[in-house]
Design a protein around this ligand. Structure first.
Ligand SMILES: O=C(O)CCC(=O)C(=O)O
Ligand SMILES: [Mn+2]
Length: 197
């Protein structure tokens, strides 16, 4: 477990958060059983398909607007609840939802963004588990444009908290080198009040 040397941020990386054999079993279970879908987003007024598959789980009231999409959470599965509990104890924080992302291969990606929506509140704690293929995760400072790259390993946990979302964007580029799928589970806490405005 180590803290990344990044100014204006609090990012912790735990390479072996889930044991390798367990991580492989979790990957297979989630890959086969989650109802993955390729949602649309609205980018500059145009409707396009996101370059990955997603599915959203959480408490009933944890609704969330994500890139112009109203995400209605599906009810927790036992495995996702168990992983949530593990993240909560590691982070000493509560979560009420998880966005599961499936990158089918290196052609799937995540554009640079910050998880800075109002519903996430000030200085959100975000716990992000990687299962399957290793992919390069990129941070870019909003002002200085400094870049930090981090290889996210099978079974790893990345914790972003403090000022991280205020000062940094993050994302994942396409790559020709990866031909196998990666699942990412991003646990968050959605503030109910701000969604109901
Ligand atoms: O796939 C990842 O590691 C990052 C996912 C992410 O940033 C998000 O869902 O907001
Ligand atoms: Mn994000």
């Amino acid at each position: 477990m180590h803290t990344l040397a990044m100014p204006d941020a609090d990012v912790v990386y735990v390479p072996q958060f889930v044991k390798q054999t367990e991580a492989t079993a979790f990957f297979e279970q989630l890959y086969c059983s989650l109802p993955w879908s390729q949602d649309d987003i609205y980018l500059f007024g145009k409707r396009t398909k996101i370059p990955r598959l997603q599915v959203w789980y959480g408490d009933k009231d944890a609704r969330y607007i994500y890139s112009g999409l109203l995400m209605q959470p599906k009810p927790w599965t036992p495995l996702l609840l168990a992983l949530k509990a593990r993240c909560e104890s590691k982070c000493q924080a509560r979560f009420n939802s998880v966005l599961a992302n499936l990158y089918r291969d290196g052609q799937d990606s995540m554009g640079m963004h910050a998880d800075d929506e109002i519903e996430l509140g000030n200085q959100p704690v975000i716990a992000s588990i990687t299962l399957g293929a290793e992919r390069q995760f990129i941070f870019k400072h909003k002002n200085t444009k400094q870049k930090v790259a981090l290889l996210l390993k099978h079974g790893s946990l990345l914790i972003m908290r403090g000022l991280t979302q205020s000062y940094w964007q993050h994302g994942m580029n396409k790559t020709k080198r990866v031909h196998t799928p990666r699942i990412n589970l991003t646990f968050r806490y959605i503030n109910r009040k701000s969604v109901e405005r």
